[in-house]
Design a binder for this molecule. Structure first.
Ligand SMILES: [Zn+2]
Length: 177
């Protein structure tokens, strides 16, 4: 029998019920859109997932996201124009500050640094400004650390929103973000 594909997000997510998906322990998957004055309706930056390669080492979906944005400067508007990036992730970003990351610098910290410092393209010297909106499907590891990491991102100017979670009786839980 053929083995089930390891990744189904964005391709055949209907294969898994929400509950199966939440319990599957799959690594973070993301997708991103860019909105700026040249792309007012938004343009897809593609799908991101954890990645291991000789060239880039071990990357989380958020690392792939940042690398992808830098790779696609042709779609960006130079400063003072603002490039809005909408990053949708299956789990909230890990954080080195709150002990939920296996990296030296967690993804929450990397996203904050990326948004709050203009990116200078090493080839052209052009400067780009970003505003990031993170849509997180669930809290990474369901922990307090994840919650603190989301709050830290909000404090640092990143807009964060999470899915509405439901109690066992189906009623919605209070939305934190
Ligand atoms: Zn991460």
């Amino acid at each position: 029998m053929p083995r089930a594909p390891k990744y189904t997000f964005g391709r055949a997510k209907s294969d898994l019920s929400n509950q199966q998906w939440m319990r599957s322990g799959m690594s973070t998957h993301g997708s991103a859109y860019l909105i700026n004055s040249a792309n007012e309706d938004g343009v897809s930056l593609g799908i991101m997932k954890n990645n291991k390669s000789k060239r880039h080492g071990c990357e989380h979906a958020e690392d792939v996201f940042i690398r992808t944005v830098k790779d696609k400067v042709g779609l960006l508007r130079t400063s003072p124009a603002v490039n809005t990036l909408i990053l949708s992730v299956s789990k909230s970003p890990c954080s080195s500050t709150y002990g939920t990351s296996n990296k030296k610098v967690g993804c929450a910290e990397e996203l904050i640094k990326f948004q709050n410092n203009p990116y200078i393209c090493p080839i052209t010297g052009n400067e780009y400004i970003f505003r990031i909106i993170v849509i997180s499907r669930s809290l990474y590891k369901q922990s307090m650390g994840s919650r603190h990491a989301l709050r830290m991102m909000v404090r640092n100017g990143i807009q964060v929103t999470t899915d509405v979670h439901r109690k066992k009786d189906g009623s919605p839980m209070a939305k934190e973000f």
